[in-house]
Design a protein around this ligand. Structure first.
Ligand SMILES: NC(=O)c1ccc[n+]([C@@H]2O[C@H](COP(=O)([O-])OP(=O)(O)OC[C@H]3O[C@@H](n4cnc5c(N)ncnc54)[C@H](OP(=O)(O)O)[C@@H]3O)[C@@H](O)[C@H]2O)c1
Length: 278
């Protein structure tokens, strides 16, 4: 009998690589998606040997429409597709109009358009078969604002809201297929290196490991949770953002943008430290 297939985007590092490992440990074959082929190949080799599963590297730039549509076609042809992790993503820093439009568009394509298209393809297969799961790796930033992180927070808010909306559609169709928005806070991956952010600005106690984040995602799926926020500190952030009046949320956004080094203050107001790096 064929094993279920798990597709993980952004599997070449960080949270995506950890999802790949934990899915392989659960017996899934893997389709690992990202731009860095060598990384995908070496992770695939390691997991195939360790867990006796099959792994295939799929090189794609998810900011590229053609690449996404080719991957969509591939998913349509996978009757055993059992798990999709929409995890690929990146951050930028700098004020919106001072960052390149190209980097802002790429972020919307990767976080929003690729997630929407791949979820559509996966749900067509999964709902017809009556089982499967999608985890959309959003962020605790989906509940917040942050100066210098306008598109990041907005696209992650979309991911959380989209996932919740899909869960409602699935429930109305009485489908057993699950969708989850996973909303981590600061996690030790290559994410902050890629965006050129100094990790030292963030208190050590706030950093989580990818294992903790992915463990919480699987625990959340077992409990039927649609929104999973790993870590007590970040559950509190979510509550605070819900409880604060809008003007206070915006004040918190100015402070968090500066604390993270996404912008800095000059005499005239918040100024960018440098341009986008994502
Ligand atoms: N780390 C955190 O603190 C944190 C917190 C909350 C949410 N998140 C979210 O977690 C997800 C995973 O990030 P991470 O922390 O694991 O960071 P990471 O280690 O930098 O991994 C990001 C992954 O996304 C892939 N990726 C980026 N742009 C891509 C593109 N255009 N096409 C295809 N793949 C692309 C990268 O692969 P290639 O470069 O090989 O293409 C890499 O595998 C992201 O969506 C991020 O927003 C992270």
């Amino acid at each position: 009998m064929s094993r279920s297939l798990a597709v993980v985007t952004g599997a070449s590092s960080g949270i995506g690589a950890e999802f790949a490992e934990q899915l392989a440990a659960r017996g899934y074959d893997l389709l690992l998606v990202a731009r860095r082929e060598e990384r995908l190949d070496s992770l695939g080799r390691l997991l195939s040997e360790r867990y006796s599963i099959r792994s295939e590297s799929y090189v794609a730039d998810l900011a590229n429409d053609d690449h996404v549509l080719q991957l969509v076609n591939r998913l349509h042809g996978e009757p055993h597709l059992g798990f999709l992790v929409n995890n690929a993503g990146f951050g930028t820093k700098g004020l919106f109009w001072e960052s390149s439009l190209e980097s802002q568009e790429a972020m919307h394509r990767v976080h929003v358009m690729a997630t929407m298209r791949l979820s559509h393809a996966a749900l067509e297969v999964m709902v017809a078969r009556g089982n499967g799961a999608i985890v959309n790796v959003s962020s605790v930033a989906s509940f917040t604002l942050s100066a210098g992180g306008c598109s990041y927070c907005a696209t992650k808010t979309w991911m959380t809201n989209f996932s919740e909306g899909l869960a409602v559609d699935l429930r109305s169709a009485r489908s057993a297929v699950q969708v989850q928005a996973l909303c981590p806070g600061f996690t030790l991956t290559e994410f902050h290196d890629a965006m050129g952010m100094n990790r030292g600005r963030i208190p050590a106690a706030l950093w989580m490991k990818p294992e903790q984040v992915v463990n919480d995602s699987f625990r959340g799926l077992a409990a039927g949770k649609v929104i999973v926020v790993p870590g007590a500190a970040y559950k509190f952030v979510r509550f605070l953002m819900w409880a604060l009046p809008p003007a206070m949320r915006r004040l918190a956004a100015l402070r968090s943008g500066r604390a993270m080094g996404r912008v800095q203050m000059s005499g005239k107001g918040p100024r960018p430290i440098d341009g986008p790096a994502g």
